[in-house]
Every structure is written in C-alpha cells, then in structure tokens.
Design a protein around this ligand. Structure first.
Ligand code: BDR
Ligand code: CA
Length: 313
C-alpha cells in the first residue's frame, strides 16, 4: 500500500528532488504540493514545483497550492545566495499546469479532514503553512497520519547561522507552534545531512552518466547548490529534503532513530531559530522522533534508481 503524501515545500534545488521522490517512488502516492515562503522568490518556487512535475512527465496530475508568502511574524529571509533561482538558472519549458486558486493552508486542512489518518505530510521548508493549518483546525495534527520535518540540528551546527538551520531560522515561531501541536513527527536534521546525505563528485558524475532527461534535470538544478556547498567546505551537494521524503516512503532507510523533546528559540540574540533537542535526561516529554543514522548507500542507490528509469524518459 503506497504512502499517500502531501509535500509542503519552498521549492528550489533539493526540494525539487524530494518532489521527484514523491512522484517516482513505487511506494509513494503524491496527492498535493503546497508551497511556503522560503528559499527563493515565492512565485519562482511555485513555478519550480510545476517545472519539476513537468520534468517527471507528471504535469497536470498533482495540484500545486500556493500558501504563506511570508513567515508568521518575521521578514522573509532568502537563500538565493545558495540556490540562485532554484532551477539551476536554466530555461525549462513553460509548464502548462497552473497553480490552484485555493490557498495551501485551506487545501491542507480540507485534504486531511477528508482523509483522516491517511495522509502523511513531508514538510521541507519553513513550517509556516503547517503551523497555520494546525491553528486553523485544532484536530489537524491528530487527523494527519504522520508529519516528516526537515529542520534543525541535533546538538550540532547550523547553516544560516552557527546556531540555526535555515528552515527553523526563517520562521521560528511556526516551528515552535508545530512542535507543540501534538503531531506524530519524524525529524531529519542538518547534522544528519552533513554526515550522510552529501553526494560527492564521483556520485554526481555517476548520475550525470545515466544520460536520462531526469538525470540531466538533476544535474542542472543541483549545480548552484553544489557550487555553494563546496565553497563552504562541504565535499559535495547536500540533500536533506530528498532524504526526508525518502524516510517517509521507505522507512527501512532509517537505521537508527530516537525520541527527543524539540523546541525552537524565538527570542535569542545570537540564537534565533536554534533548535533544542533534549535527549531525555531533563524531564521533558518527547515530542518527536529524530533520525540519527540512515542507510547512506541505500539512499543514494534508491535515488539514482528513480532518476534512471521510467517517468520523464
Ligand atoms: C533546508 O534549507 C533549504 O535551503 C533547503 O531546501 C532545506 O530544506 C536546509 O537547511
Ligand atoms: Ca527546502
């Protein structure tokens, strides 16, 4: 029985590849994409989602709902210095599919209400849309089958600041609301990404050598992120969002996970968006399962398998 998915995304680079996992993995059934303010200009993100559907040969099959155009309380913080326009700076064919008129938050509430206990939500951007859905419908968290979040760093370094990972930094209030809302939540963190979700040059060369349209799409869209990651000393391109989606649809990829209590700093002078991961000796009740180790080889091989075959040919 495939996992029924919604992906909430600030669509740029690795977000596009997470959508490919949702579209192409045999154990996934992607039913909607919702877009939230994050990586690059909002309308560009919506377009990037539509371009990705088109690249996978799935234009017109999955609705794309534009959501919150800015964080709850803060000004938008761009990551264009990392991802440029999020589509590799290339001109892809203009997608025929149009974004839906319904707001993403309304769509999330409606879809989850109509399918209680059935839908998993993969949240790979700032948590604004998810927090708004939880506020709009107090039963939203309970009706969702599971929530998978890419964000934070488990007692380790950040990326947008030394203390904070980007998704939590951009909308720390939303992240705090989500971790207090009672979701069944699994978290993929930035430190895990640095340890196990980096594709080095030889792995990227192997993808390029596949020669499929999807491998070409990956190669081009991934280019700016690879250049940025290498410029800050990471030995390849980082794929946190792709991993988060794969954890949702292929849970056997997880080798080790543990319960934590997570909360997010909203008032810190130097630590805005810092994620506190309490490992259980300070008396707080766990509110999340945190992925600590994955089958790294399995992650890469599965992703390459998706880019090699079938759709998008
Ligand atoms: C996260 O920030 C974004 O730039 C990526 O898409 C990912 O979701 C990593 O910190
Ligand atoms: Ca993202």
């Amino acid at each position: 029985m495939p996992t029924r998915l919604i992906i909430d995304t600030d669509t740029a680079a690795d977000d596009c590849f997470a959508i490919l996992v949702g579209l192409l993995h045999p154990e996934a059934r992607l039913e909607a994409v919702t877009v939230v303010a994050g990586n690059v200009a909002f309308d560009q993100q919506v377009k990037n989602a539509l371009i990705t559907l088109e690249a996978a040969g799935r234009g017109g099959t999955v609705p794309v709902f534009p959501g919150a155009r800015r964080p709850l309380l803060r000004d938008w913080v761009s990551a264009e210095y990392v991802h440029l326009d999020g589509k590799g700076g290339a001109s892809w064919p203009e997608p025929a599919q149009r974004p839906e008129r319904e707001h993403a938050v309304e769509a999330l509430v409606r879809l989850v209400d109509a399918n209680p206990g059935e839908l998993s939500l993969v949240a790979i951007g700032p948590l604004t849309n998810v927090a708004l859905a939880a506020a709009r419908d107090p039963e939203f968290a309970r009706k969702l089958r599971a929530l998978y979040v890419m964000g934070g760093s488990n007692n380790a370094r950040g990326n947008i600041t030394p203390a904070a990972e980007y998704n939590f930094y951009v909308d720390p209030e939303a992240a705090r609301i989500v971790f207090r809302a009672g979701f069944e939540v699994t978290v993929v963190t930035w430190d895990l990404t640095l340890r196990q979700a980096v594709f080095g040059r030889p792995q990227l060369d192997r993808i390029r050598a596949l020669g499929t349209p999807l491998a070409r799409f990956f190669d081009i869209v991934n280019g700016p992120t690879l250049a940025f990651d290498e410029s800050v000393g990471i030995p390849g391109s980082t794929h946190p969002d792709t991993l988060t989606c794969l954890v949702a649809v292929q849970p056997s990829i997880v080798r080790r996970s543990a319960p934590y209590h997570i909360d997010v700093e909203t008032a810190g002078e130097l630590t805005r968006g810092y994620s506190m991961f309490d490992w259980g000796v300070f008396g707080r009740t766990p509110n999340a399962r945190v992925v600590e180790e994955i089958d790294e080889r399995g992650f890469y091989d599965t992703f390459v398998g998706l880019l090699s075959g079938g759709a998008g040919q």
